[in-house]
Design a protein around this ligand. Structure first.
Ligand code: SAH
Length: 373
């Protein structure tokens, strides 16, 4: 990074009030602040414009001021892989050269962007590939919002001037915080990023189309309900503390009973805002009929759906995917007890779409290259 760049403030990721404060410090008169923030916000988040000189309705001296003192920077795309099934996986490079992944999953009638919240993860869930990587740092607000903006660039889905479109017509219609990292351990940045994503005059993705996935950081769950208001997914994965302690070690801190108590108290919990229980199907570990019945009794009275995820294997993993028969049997028991129980179709297997795999693959290649040279 050059000296000039490091002196320039990245405006992407600032909340409306910090953008306003930044403009004030740059010398924008107070009476013009709201108008300037609204104008910039529209160019950046509605139009996807990153060139101050193209912002035609801004006064020339204001554009000059912005250009000298600030930048509009999203993470740099280092690698993009496109699967046969249309899934796109990106490896982005953020500030300081740290890398993280984002996955776009097109589906019938919608498109979901799976966003990372940290580089590495501190949780060490034993079946998760990110858990094998070193913990590095939290992503900044601008890196979190920037993932959505950079993928919109790639999909070429910023509207042209004068056009409008509804969220149903968008390629990226939904956002899930299910990439690398534990979003509730980066609470403030995730919250501020989602505020920008939900802003009706900006990226404008509604809170109902945003799902935050957590392994069960209990104190953060209540805050997420109150301060973000998005949907919640819980990486549940086991029906006894004994097994959950092993595969989702955060369970030793907040066990199943404590977690379920927090979920029962989640604000806005109702039938149209159900909690998703994610359940990775691991052969002979958590996939018995008894587990299915226990799961149903644990979540009784919680408006929920159970997402069954066939284990996505990675080199060196100690687990195997449950058989299709086991998975469908498990799904049937849950469904017959009144809960939707879709089985997630593995996507992008040809491009290593399992969480954290692309990053590991490139680090491996890089090491190889270094040792060859
Ligand atoms: N830390 C958060 C979000 C990241 S993980 C959480 O734990 O929810 C997103 C989801 O992918 C979680 O449900 C996680 O358990 C699941 N997952 C991780 N590795 C997986 C794998 N190899 N196969 C299937 N699902 C996996």
């Amino acid at each position: 990074m050059t000296q000039i760049e490091s002196d320039q403030k990245n405006l992407i990721g600032l909340t409306r009030s910090s953008l306003s404060q930044t403009l004030l410090e740059l010398g924008v008169p107070e009476r013009k602040l709201k108008m300037r923030v609204d104008q910039l916000w529209n160019w950046v988040y509605v139009r996807g414009c990153r060139d101050f000189w193209a912002m035609s309705n801004l006064a020339k001296d204001f554009r000059d001021l912005l250009d000298k003192n600030s930048v509009l920077r999203v993470p740099e795309c280092r690698i993009r892989k496109i699967s046969m099934d249309g899934t796109r996986k990106y490896l982005f490079r953020g500030d300081g050269g740290h890398e993280f992944e984002t996955v776009f999953i097109p589906e019938e009638g919608r498109g979901t962007l799976c966003v990372s919240s940290q580089v590495g993860c501190t949780l060490n869930c034993t079946f998760c590939h990110t858990g094998t990587q070193a913990w590095v740092r939290n992503l900044t607000v601008s890196e979190i919002v920037g993932q959505i903006m950079a993928v919109r660039d790639d999909l070429n889905e910023w509207p042209t001037v004068g056009s409008t479109y509804t969220s149903e017509q968008r390629l990226i219609s939904n956002v899930v915080l299910m990439g690398m990292g534990e979003p509730l351990y980066n609470f403030d940045n995730v919250r501020d990023a989602m505020k920008i994503v939900m802003d009706g005059d900006g990226l404008s993705i509604s809170r109902r189309r945003i799902t935050l996935s957590t392994a069960g950081v209990v104190p953060g769950i209540k805050r997420a309900g109150e301060e973000i208001g998005c949907r919640l997914a819980i990486s549940f994965h086991a029906t006894t503390d004994e097994i959950r302690d092993k595969i989702v070690p955060i369970n030793r801190k907040w066990n199943i009973a404590t977690l379920l108590e927090a979920l029962r108290n989640y604000p806005r919990l109702n039938n149209s805002d159900r909690i998703t229980f994610e359940y990775v199907m691991l052969k002979d570990l958590n996939d018995s009929e008894e587990d299915a019945r226990r799961l149903v009794s644990l979540i009784r009275n919680i408006p929920a759906k159970v997402n069954l995820i066939p284990f996505n294997s990675w080199p060196g993993a100690q687990f195997e995917r449950s058989t299709p028969e086991k998975i469908s049997n498990f799904a049937r028991i849950i469904y017959n007890s009144g809960y939707p129980s879709p089985v997630r179709t593995p996507r992008g297997e040809d491009i290593l779409a399992a969480c954290g795999q692309l990053k590991s693959e490139t680090s491996r290649l890089r090491r190889k290259r270094i040792s060859v040279n």
